[in-house]
Design a protein around this ligand. Structure first.
Ligand SMILES: [Zn+2]
Ligand SMILES: [Zn+2]
Length: 358
């Protein structure tokens, strides 16, 4: 049986020594008449084994979905569905999936893997942003809940019952997206009107932004996805003589924070500054390289240590400055802090031992 299977179907390859699992392709002839069954071109033994799956091929065909999906489905139907392989879903799995996709709309399908197990569905939120919902179906679908994931700042909680469908799942996802619209609006405004130092390419799940205020001065804000318009957690970074007055303004004006206004607007009012933006400045003006290694990025780090001397203000990577000061005989260390002199202006400078070096 095994040998004739391979002989009659040269595009099938056994996947195990026992020759009980095969992978490969079989040919299907599809006519353009909806009522004609597609013809499987393979040996009668294989046809026999595939009985029960044939109508799925027909079902796919009748949806007039692209040939691509058809061939994917066949790959799955024909080749992985050996009767002795218990992890393979029964024929109903595929019929169920196809009819659920039919109800949801094939246009929502971004991709599907060749196993027909992992689907990526498209979804658009009310502000027109595109999102992707990744669904991993269980072989007992829909009796068992699928695994869902998406690029979100909050855990994706999905309610599933054995009667649930992909369409209901998609609708639940849209509701989750709508609950996060304010959060993304807040961050989109920051991303488009300021220079972001970190993260370099923010994803939809990133809640932190490090915004440029000026040369070697920035503010790190942590926006709460559940309360995006409230005063976020803020941390000012840069030389003390620049950061201290900003910190004082932040503390003094905090009460003016207006949740009806955007975060960017509030930050401007509270700090009494204008943020440099792509409209007014080049980003290169703020990506000043480290004074020790002469590069901007060291692994993932950007130069975030600054000489506090008013005329110097040279930025350094924490790791570079730490290594530099430790090598100097004149510097001294107290707990995790190294005291020494700025390599540029020789004024006192300190650096904390970086976490990864401890
Ligand atoms: Zn460096
Ligand atoms: Zn200096």
């Amino acid at each position: 049986m095994e040998s004739s299977l391979v002989k009659d179907n040269p595009l099938l390859l056994p996947l195990n020594k026992e020759k009980t699992i095969y992978d490969g392709f079989i040919t299907v002839q599809v006519t353009h008449h909806k009522n004609d069954s597609p013809k499987l071109h393979c040996s009668w033994q294989l046809k026999h084994l595939l009985r029960g799956y044939e109508h799925i091929v027909k079902q796919v065909n009748s949806t007039q979905y692209t040939h691509n999906a058809l061939s994917l489905s066949l790959q799955e139907v024909g080749l992985k569905s050996r009767p002795d392989c218990s992890s393979i879903p029964p024929p109903q799995y595929y019929s169920q999936l196809i009819s659920e996709m039919e109800t949801l709309g094939w246009d929502k399908l971004l991709s599907i893997d060749t196993e027909f197990r992992t689907l990526r569905l498209k979804a658009q939120d009310s502000s027109g942003r595109q999102h992707i919902l990744t669904i991993k179906l269980k072989s007992k679908h829909p009796a068992e809940a699928p695994e869902c994931s998406a690029d979100l700042p909050v855990p994706l909680a999905i309610t599933w019952t054995p009667q649930s469908t992909l369409e209901q799942l998609h609708n639940q996802f849209l509701l989750v997206l709508d609950s996060l619209t304010d959060f993304w609006d807040v961050l989109d405004e920051i991303d488009c009107k300021t220079w972001i130092l970190e993260p370099e390419k923010p994803s939809r799940s990133d809640t932190m932004r490090r915004i440029t205020i000026g040369n070697n001065v920035s503010i790190k804000v942590e926006v709460d996805p559940r309360h995006p318009k409230m005063l976020p957690e803020c941390c000012l970074l840069g030389a003390e003589h620049v950061v201290t007055p900003l910190r004082n303004k932040l503390n003094a004006n905090m009460h003016m924070w207006n949740p009806d206004s955007s975060v960017l607007h509030n930050l401007r009012d509270v700090l009494e500054i204008e943020f440099p933006s792509p409209a007014t400045h080049e980003k290169s003006a703020f990506s000043i390289e480290c004074g020790i290694c002469y590069s901007y990025r060291l692994e993932a780090a950007i130069p975030d240590q600054v000489c506090n001397d008013l005329r110097c203000g040279q930025p350094f990577h924490q790791a570079c400055l730490y290594e530099w000061l430790r090598a100097l005989p004149s510097s001294r260390q107290s707990f995790s802090i190294v005291f020494g002199e700025c390599p540029y202006c020789s004024k006192p400078i300190t650096v904390k031992m970086s976490a990864q070096k401890s």
